[in-house]
Design a protein around this ligand. Sequence first.
Ligand SMILES: Cc1cc2nc3c(=O)[nH]c(=O)nc-3n(C[C@H](O)[C@H](O)[C@H](O)COP(=O)(O)O)c2cc1C
Length: 179
Amino acid sequence: MNKTVETILSRRSVRNFSAKMISDQELDTIIQCGLYAPSAKNRQNWHFTVITNKERIDEISDLAVANMNKLGLNVSDEAHIFYHAPVVIVISSKIEGYSEVNAGCVVENMSLAAHSMGIGSCIIGQTRYLYHQSNKADANRLMRIPENFEHDIAICFGYPDGDIDEAKPRKPNVVEYIR
Ligand SMILES: Cc1cc2nc3c(=O)[nH]c(=O)nc-3n(C[C@H](O)[C@H](O)[C@H](O)COP(=O)(O)O)c2cc1C
């Protein structure tokens, strides 16, 4: 099996991170791989907010958890939507066709690049709760979303603390061929 296929098939979401920061070089590579994602009409109409400031990461998580609880989701106050990962990248886009698909390509590129370097990641959709009960401008300021951009998705990174499980089984009967 070639290395790329091996990386894809062995990637897992990581939710236990060591506090050790990943190196600047590794972070640059992850960002670069995100920037090299495909985008509809090659618009590259995305923006990445790279957050390594622990206080800011915690602040974003606390607001998401508070908003989930306001919505009655009963989340523990101790919960951390980024699992205390040392790096969070928030993806936002100009609202044009396919921006969400583009953002998906970005986070998958980043996740696979990280995994190939022994760095764990988890794609985080729960950052969207920042917009459910809070003022949009406040949420945008906290995650530094540029004007006229909308938040799509986030992804957190760090060295895995512990072993990574094997991939979960895949649902059968989802592939159909027309030959
Ligand atoms: C769009 C998207 C949003 C996700 N949001 C979250 C999230 O907020 N929190 C979380 O722990 N995992 C999140 N995940 C990770 C999924 O739960 C995970 O990919 C899935 O359970 C399959 O596990 P695997 O990634 O280990 O194969 C998200 C994944 C995707 C693609």
